[in-house]
Design a protein around this ligand. Sequence first.
Ligand code: FES
Length: 161
Amino acid sequence: MEFNLQDVDAIIDQWGPKPASLLQIMLDINHRYHYLPKESLSRVAERLVMPINHVYSVATFFKVFSLKPRGRTIMHVCTGTACHVKGTPRLLDRLEQDLHLKPGETTADMAITLETVNCVGACASAPVVVVEGVTHAEVTPNKVSKIAKGLRQRESVASDQ
Ligand code: FES
């Protein structure tokens, strides 16, 4: 979604331009663009009358926020101990092969971002991959390849429409 200052203003107006709304406003902006565009942070600081440094410190403190553009879909691969032992490195190798992505990178068409996360609390199902809130259990390299393929297909169908 293209950045638009009016959309940011609408989000700020929805929650009210007051410091207590900061987190909610940032969550909505992050949700809309999949990251926090620099211009949006300046606008938030200006309208909430707070130092830009404070807005940046919130943006960098919470892992949910990103200051770098991210893809429309984020694949979270768990690198917690249980998942690591049960094969996360092989999943990451396979994704690098299939999508040419290393953790933290995004496909050129902005479709998919690959990220790693610490334990997501599903160790009994290790190794796990979380995509759009769905936890995929006991993921093998073939299974992760299938998940990635499904996402790519969905994207190409969407761009054909
Ligand atoms: S280590 Fe991956 S879910 Fe716990």
